[in-house]
Design a protein around this ligand. Structure first.
Ligand code: PGA
Length: 253
C-alpha cells in the first residue's frame, strides 16, 4: 500500500491514496476504518450516504458475516437527512442506511442517529448529542461535483454546526437518480455543518470517477475557500483521502 503525502495549501499534509478503481478504493476504505473499529469497538462513526460508500459498506457486511468485524458496540451519526420524508420513506437516508448496511450487520439500531427527531423535524441539538458521546472518532465523507460535503454547498460558512439548508438545483439534479424524477427530490435537508465535520477526530474522504476529479483538484490542491467546502479538510489534523485513478486524474503526479 503506497501513501502519497502532499503538503496542501492548508499546510497540514493530507494522506492521499490513489487506488486503481472503485472496487479497490472500497476495499481499502473498508480496511482503513475496520482497523479503527477493531482497535476501539466502542467507536463513534460519522456515516455518509450516496453512491460512493456503498462498496465499502458491502465489504463490511461480508466481514461481519465472516465473523471478522463487529459493530455491536459502535455508535453512528449520519451526516445529513432530507426534510419532508419520514424515516420509512424509501428515499430517506435512514432507509438507505438500513438497506445498505444496518440490517446486514450486528449494530444496535438504537445507537444509530440522524439529525431529525421522532417527529421527523430538524434536530438542532445534534452536535451536543455527538459531544455527549465523546465526539466522532472517524467521519466518512463523499464529495459532490461542486465540492460539497454533507449538504454544505459552495459559499457555506466554515464555522457552522448542524443546520437546515435549501438544496441547490445542481444537488437536486445529482440526487434525482435515487428518485423517479427530479421533482420528487426534497427541497430542504438538515446537515452537519463544516465545523461539525472538522470536530471529528479523523476524516476519511472517498471519491470515485472522473466527474469528481475537478472537485478533488480544487479542494485538495487549491486554496482553502468556501467556494470549495471540502477544501477546509486541508486544515484537519487527521484526514485521509482515498481516490480511484479517475477521481485523482487532475491532481499533480
Ligand atoms: P455520491 O454523492 O457518493 O453519490 O457521488 C456524494 C455527495 O454528493 O456528497
Amino acid at each position: 500500500m503506497k501513501w502519497n503525502c502532499i503538503a496542501s495549501k492548508g499546510l497540514i499534509p493530507l494522506r492521499i491514496h490513489v487506488e486503481k478503481d472503485y472496487e479497490s478504493l472500497s476495499e481499502l476504505a473498508a480496511s482503513v476504518v475496520a482497523y479503527d473499529i477493531v482497535q476501539n469497538p466502542n467507536i463513534v462513526l460519522g456515516m455518509a450516504t450516496g453512491g460512493t460508500p456503498i462498496g465499502m459498506y458491502k465489504v463490511w457486511v461480508n466481514q461481519v458475516r465472516e465473523g471478522n468485524l463487529s459493530f455491536r458496540e459502535a455508535t453512528t451519526f449520519n451526516l445529513d437527512e432530507y426534510l419532508g420524508l419520514d424515516a420509512t420513506h424509501p428515499k430517506s437516508f435512514r432507509f438507505f442506511m438500513q438497506e445498505n448496511l444496518f440490517k446486514h450487520i450486528d449494530i444496535n439500531i438504537n445507537r444509530t442517529f440522524f439529525p431529525i427527531d421522532d417527529m421527523n423535524q430538524p434536530f438542532f441539538e445534534y452536535d451536543s448529542l455527538i459531544q455527549q458521546e465523546s465526539g466522532i472518532d472517524v467521519q466518512i465523507l463523499g464529495i459532490g461535483r461542486n465540492g460539497h460535503i454533507g449538504f454544505n454547498e459552495p459559499g457555506e460558512d466554515f464555522n457552522r454546526l448542524t443546520h437546515v439548508v435549501e438544496l441547490t438545483e445542481s444537488t437536486r439534479q445529482a440526487n434525482a437518480r435515487f428518485f423517479s424524477n427530479s421533482e420528487e427530490v426534497p427541497t430542504h435537508a438538515i446537515t452537519m455543518g463544516l465545523a461539525s465535520i472538522m470536530n471529528a477526530k479523523k476524516v476519511v474522504l472517498l471519491a470515485s470517477g472522473v466527474d469528481k476529479s475537478l472537485a478533488i483538484y480544487n479542494s485538495i490542491s487549491g486554496e482553502v475557500s468556501p467556494k470549495y467546502p471540502a477544501s477546509i479538510l486541508q486544515q484537519h489534523p487527521n484526514c485521509t483521502v482515498i481516490l480511484d485513478e479517475d477521481a485523482a486524474s487532475l491532481l499533480p503526479k
